[in-house]
Design a protein around this ligand. Structure first.
Ligand code: AMP
Ligand code: ZN
Length: 485
């Protein structure tokens, strides 16, 4: 049993822009930090791509025999709208919209985030750290930076002075002189450099979330959250830190500066970033209002795992374009895979099935297992790994070995193949992919748009069209769903 341990797993490092062989600082425990969600709104399926990537990374490391400790933050202190720490507090925006306290908003969206993550088979990190529960650690961290001369105080807060940290910009290869020259005139004139960032912000009395500090009442900067919490739970040397590609130029640059300045050595050894999920070739984002959540997929008759499958078909460092048709294709393939796993199980006697599904059948030395491991070891080559999975699924020689291989691969892929083999995933979907063609999903979308534009005649016409195709629309608390008549 256990993973096939190759000599090495090769992983990309944004710091060096290269793929090299991974070796943890402490062979007994890989320290993995994942930048978590800002919980003032739903996490989009774009955001979920970042957590799917971190999950695949963690599962792959475990597959290769490492023991992993994964820590993730929950950003429940409002950070400002732009990554550059300008604009309005995100929590305040949510609060005004919903008439709730920031704590209620954070709790609400955190619960939904973990429900969506679980539906995608994303393992819960070993430690989930809320920013609001770690303000004392953040204050200590800032005091340490202050004592070392890395910060300065101005009227609205305490800032990190990037000119004191020579390596600033190393991750994104920033052009700092260009930034200074091109800085807009309305940036905070008290700042010494436009890229200096707040580690502590002074709050006026109307700001709800605020804490006492040596610099007056206020709240922490966004980057200091991750620096303080990663150090609290993972210590002074961290093997891998993950996040979306948008975090490279500001958030992670800020974390590196704070970490390495405070400790005097490189804290995070490897930075890994996922590329974006796009929609219609452009950006999907909370602030752009063109996003879907896992619940939106379910409302349109999709399994959450179809989205996991869809993501696995692309490498994490490639842009991925979301379309309903592509998701439908992924769901069809997933259902075939489930069916195949079940078929294989029916051809094997039940004690053997039990043994295989319990992970008790070694596949070490099987050439397919070696190719699967090699694909994963090549910077998490999930598309290649999926190709190996399908080769095995299509084989007709040795059902026991085929099923054992599929179950083994599923330790990384997490597509519920053991449940499928037991026949648990045959008929428990509301609608299968065959029931819901892309045309119907697209009509449902159009009807929603007509309804938001208060064009009731168009909405009714679409409802009739769907009815003639054999569907009724059921309005549920989470939105409209299609049902077969
Ligand atoms: P946020 O809650 O905005 O901090 O984002 C949570 C995570 O999702 C971060 O790691 C982002 O970099 C990542 N992210 C945001 N949008 C996308 C997207 N469209 N595709 C992939 N990752 C994203
Ligand atoms: Zn972070």
């Amino acid at each position: 049993m256990g993973g096939i341990v190759l000599s090495a797993i090769m992983l990309h490092n944004t710091l060096t822009r290269s793929v090299d062989s991974f070796a943890p600082i402490d062979a007994n425990e890989v320290k993995l930090y994942t930048c978590g969600p800002t919980v003032y709104d739903y996490a989009t399926i774009g955001n979920m791509r970042a957590y799917l990537f971190a999950d695949i990374l963690r599962r792959s490391l475990e597959y290769f025999g490492y023991h992993v400790k994964q820590v993730m933050n929950i950003t429940d202190v409002g950070h400002l709208v732009s990554d550059a720490d300008e604009g309005e507090d995100k929590m305040l925006i949510g609060m005004r919209r919903e008439g709730k306290t920031p704590w209620e908003i954070a709790e609400h969206y955190t619960a939904i985030f973990f429900r969506h993550a679980a539906a995608l088979n994303i393992l819960r990190p070993h430690v989930v750290a809320k920013a609001t529960e770690h303000v004392p650690q953040m204050i200590e961290f800032i005091k340490r930076l202050e004592a070392l001369g890395y910060t300065y105080e101005i009227s609205d807060g305490v800032y990190f002075d990037i000119s004191k940290f020579e390596a600033y910009g190393q991750l994104s290869k920033l052009d700092l002189e260009g930034q200074r020259a091109g800085a807009r005139v309305d940036v905070n004139l008290e700042k010494r450099h436009p890229a200096d960032f707040a580690v502590w912000r002074k709050a006026d009395p109307s700001h709800i979330m605020q804490w006492d500090s040596p610099w007056g009442r206020g709240y922490p900067g966004w980057h200091i959250e991750c620096s303080a919490m990663s150090m609290e739970y993972l210590g002074e040397r961290i093997d891998i830190h993950t996040g979306g590609i948008d975090h490279v130029p500001v958030h992670h640059e800020g974390e590196i500066a704070q970490n390495d300045a405070a400790l005097g050595h490189r804290v995070v050894q490897r930075w890994m970033h996922n590329e974006f999920l796009q929609i219609d070739g452009g950006r999907m984002g909370k602030s752009l209002g063109n996003f879907y959540t896992v619940d939106d997929l379910v409302d349109r008759g999709f399994e959450p795992l179809a989205y996991r499958y869809f993501s696995l078909n692309a490498h994490y460092r490639s842009k991925l374009n979301f379309t309903w048709d592509a998701l439908k294709g992924a769901q069809t393939a997933l259902h075939r895979l489930w069916q195949r796993a079940h078929e294989l199980a029916t051809r094997i006697d039940s004690p053997a099935v039990d043994q295989i599904l319990a992970g008790g059948r070694s596949v070490a030395g099987d050439p397919a297992a070696e190719r699967f491991a090699a694909a994963i070891a090549d910077d998490l080559g999930t598309p290649q790994a999926m190709a190996v999975l399908w080769e095995v699924a299509r084989r007709d020689d040795d059902p026991e070995q085929c099923l054992a291989l599929l179950i083994d691969f599923d330790r990384v892929l997490a597509l519920d193949l053991a449940r499928a083999a037991r026949g648990e995933l045959q008929r428990n979907q509301q609608l299968t992919d065959d029931d819901i063609p892309a045309e119907a999903s697209s009509l449902l979308d159009q009807r929603e748009r007509a309804r938001s534009a208060r064009d009731w005649a168009a909405a009714d016409a679409i409802r009739n069209q769907l009815a003639s195709m054999g569907y009724t629309i059921e309005d549920t608390p989470t939105g409209p769903k299609l049902k077969q008549k």
